[in-house]
Design a protein around this ligand. Structure first.
Ligand SMILES: Cc1ncc(COP(=O)(O)O)c(C=O)c1O
Length: 386
C-alpha cells in the first residue's frame, strides 16, 4: 500500500504548495445567518440558504411532522419501494412553479444532472455548454459520451458558431448552462440561447440551482428576463433557497416519463426521506405566497455592491475576484477576524488566476452588518486588490 500513501501525500504536497489545499472546518450553524467556529460567533456570508428557510419554524414543523409519521429513510428507489404521495405533491408544485407539464425529484442536484443528461444524450449527440457551468452539468455531459464543446462564458455568438459548424454532424443537440452562475452570480443569456436552440433544433437545459426562490419573483431565472423564456429542461436543487435537500427536473410529461425509465441516478438510487420532501413543499408555500420575501436577498446584495462600488448584482451571489489564491485566503482570514465568514473560492472551483471571495446574501442579513462588511471590503481588501 506504500504506492497509495505516496500518491496521496505527493498530491497533497502539490496542493499545499499552490495554496489550494482545502480542509473541513468544524462549524455549527446557529440560525439562518450566524455560525460558530473555533468558539467564535461569526456572521456567515457563505451559505446558499438565501431565504434562511433551513431554520424556518413552519418548515421545521412540516419536516418534524412527516418524520414522526413516516420515519427517517425512504427505504429504496421510488420505483422499487413505491412512490410516496408526498413526491407527487412536491413534483406537482415544482411543475406549476416552472410552468411545465411535469417534474421529477432526484436525490440531489448533482445526481439530477448526472442522471438527466446521459438519459437524453448519447455518443451520436452534441452538447454545447457554457464553460463556467457547474461541475455537475459538466460531469453529466461527459458521462453521456456525447461530443461536448464549451462556449466562452455567456458568449452567444460563440455558441452559435459552434452549432453552425458542428450541429449537422450530430443526431441531437443540447445547449446546457447554469441559469444563475454559482461563482459569478450573473444570469445566463437565456432568451438568446432559447432563440439559438430554436434555430438549430437544439434542446435548452438550464441549471437553476441558484435562481429558484430568489430570481424572477421566486420562480427562477427562466422568469428573470422580463418575459418567460422557453426552456424545456429546467433543472434545479432543493438545497439552496428552498432550504431542504434534493434535486429536480421540470419538463414535459413525456420527458419526465423517460427520465423515470432511463435516468440511472433516479432508477438506482434511494428516494429522498419523506421529511425532506415535506420540508420542500412547505418552503414552496412560503416562496410562492410572498414574492417580496423572495426579492430580499438580491436587495441585500445590492446594498453591498453599492457601498463597495461593485457592479450591481443580478442574484444574491457577489464575487470579488482577487486572483491570487494566497491573497484570497488572507482576505478571508481578515474578514473572519472581523467576525464574518466568507470562504475563499479557489481553483479548480474557479478558473486559474481568478481566486475570489464569494459573498452570498440572505433575506435575514442585518443592514448594519452589511454596511460594516462593505466598509471593510472597500477600505481594507479592495484597495489592495488588483
Ligand atoms: C449550479 C449548481 N448546480 C448544481 C448543484 C448541486 O446541487 P446539490 O447541492 O443539490 O447536489 C450546485 C450546488 O452545489 C450548484 O451550484
Amino acid at each position: 500500500m506504500d504506492s497509495l500513501e505516496d500518491f496521496a501525500k505527493t498530491k497533497l504536497d502539490q496542493l499545499r504548495r499552490a495554496s489550494l489545499h482545502r480542509q473541513l472546518a468544524e462549524t455549527t450553524r446557529l440560525d439562518g445567518i450566524w455560525a460558530e467556529r473555533n468558539g467564535r460567533r461569526l456572521l456567515s456570508f457563505c451559505c446558499n440558504d438565501y431565504l434562511n428557510l433551513t431554520q424556518h419554524p413552519a418548515i421545521k414543523e412540516a419536516a418534524t411532522a412527516a418524520l414522526a409519521r413516516y420515519g427517517v429513510g425512504s427505504g429504496a428507489s421510488r420505483l422499487v419501494t413505491g412512490n410516496h404521495p408526498l413526491f407527487a405533491e412536491l413534483e406537482g408544485r415544482l411543475a406549476q412553479l416552472k410552468d411545465t407539464e411535469a417534474a421529477c425529484v432526484f436525490g440531489s442536484g448533482y445526481l439530477a444532472n448526472m442522471g438527466i443528461i446521459p438519459a437524453l444524450m448519447g455518443p451520436d449527440d452534441l452538447i454545447v455548454i457554457d464553460e463556467l457551468s457547474h461541475a455537475c452539468l459538466w460531469a453529466g455531459a461527459r458521462l453521456s459520451r456525447a461530443a461536448v464543446l464549451p462556449f466562452r462564458h455567456a458568449d452567444v455568438a460563440h455558441a452559435q458558431a459552434l452549432l453552425a459548424e458542428h450541429r449537422g454532424r450530430h443526431r441531437h443537440a443540447l445547449i446546457a448552462t447554469d441559469g444563475v452562475f454559482s461563482m459569478d452570480g450573473d444570469l445566463a443569456p437565456l432568451p438568446e440561447l432559447a432563440e439559438l436552440a430554436q434555430r438549430f433544433d437544439a434542446w435548452l437545459m438550464s441549471d437553476d440551482a441558484h435562481g429558484t426562490g430568489v430570481v424572477g419573483g421566486g420562480r427562477g431565472s427562466t422568469f428573470g428576463h422580463g418575459t418567460a423564456v422557453d426552456v424545456p429542461l429546467q433543472m434545479g436543487t432543493l438545497s439552496k433557497a428552498i432550504g431542504a435537500y434534493g434535486g429536480y427536473l421540470c419538463a414535459s410529461a413525456a420527458v419526465i416519463d423517460l427520465i423515470h425509465n432511463r435516468a440511472r441516478t433516479f432508477v438506482y438510487s434511494t428516494g429522498l426521506p419523506p421529511a425532506i420532501v415535506a420540508a420542500a413543499i412547505a418552503a414552496l408555500d412560503l416562496i410562492e405566497g410572498d414574492p417580496a420575501f423572495a426579492a430580499r436577498p438580491l436587495q441585500k446584495a445590492n446594498a453591498f455592491t453599492r457601498r463597495v462600488g461593485l457592479p450591481a448584482a443580478a442574484s444574491p451571489i457577489v464575487p470579488l475576484v482577487i486572483g491570487d489564491a494566497e491573497a484570497t485566503l488572507a482576505a478571508s482570514r481578515l474578514l473572519e477576524a472581523e467576525g464574518f465568514l466568507v470562504v475563499p473560492i479557489r481553483p479548480p472551483t474557479v478558473p486559474a488566476g481568478t481566486a475570489r471571495l464569494r459573498f452570498t446574501f440572505t433575506a435575514g442579513h442585518p443592514d448594519a452588518e452589511i454596511e460594516r462588511l462593505a466598509e471593510i471590503v472597500r477600505n481594507r481588501i479592495r484597495r489592495g486588490a488588483p
